[in-house]
Ligand binder design. Sequence first.
Ligand SMILES: N[C@@H](CCC(=O)N[C@@H](CS)C(=O)NCC(=O)O)C(=O)O
Length: 252
Amino acid sequence: MPTVFDPMPDTELVLYHAWMSSASRRVRFCLEEKGLPYVGIFVRLLKNEQNTPQYLALNPNGVVPTLLHRGRPIIESTVINEYLEDVYPDTPLRPADASERAAMRVWTYMADMVVIKAFQELNWNRMMGPTASKWSDEELAQKIATTPMPERREQWRRVARQPYTQDEIERAADVLGHVLERMEASLERGPWLAGSVFSLADINMSPYAVRFGELEEHGMFLRDYPRTQAWWARVQARPAFARAKIEPVKFA
Ligand SMILES: N[C@@H](CCC(=O)N[C@@H](CS)C(=O)NCC(=O)O)C(=O)O
């Protein structure tokens, strides 16, 4: 299997990704729904391959995923998915109805702007803390110096030296509880998040839905959100979901 350091494969679609990365999972799910063959290149995040000059030349944010389409890099998972929709419109994943398309984008916005941050605050101590807290000051300084995005540098500093507090964790759980309520309300129309058709809204939210079980210790259970629970069962039953390999996130 090629690595970040090998010459780019000469194929139409190449995906630089990581198995456990929620953003990568969105793109894998989209590619599988569309039935698009691609070469996957695994970026070893714990080895900081995302911040090497070779990878930063493709994605200056130093994160996965990056899609190469005929050698041209496209970044940001939700942008990549819209790009795939533009270039490969067969098997459409954007609703034809304009108001459903708007709803699809609101869910994508919610996932990008609200859900990702809340899950980081909820569980980064547990996911990244065991590794990051063992870094020496030099190792942390090196990680921060090679991380291009200021917000991400601060997240690494927090998890390595000043773990998220119980108050912050509870606030993040509240935010995610609100998201569950919004999903439940949206799905009254259903059966999909944007309305009548399966769309990028469902794809972009799925890697976070796989993590709803993490809310149980905060007293939130999916069974208390029956429409969301039924939606999640429908998403998981899709053959492309299994092919995209979106399994529960493992804590270190
Ligand atoms: N907004 C970006 C987020 C990408 C992102 O944060 N990727 C994470 C994995 S889910 C990553 O590469 N982390 C590596 C690091 O922070 O060093 C997208 O949707 O593509």
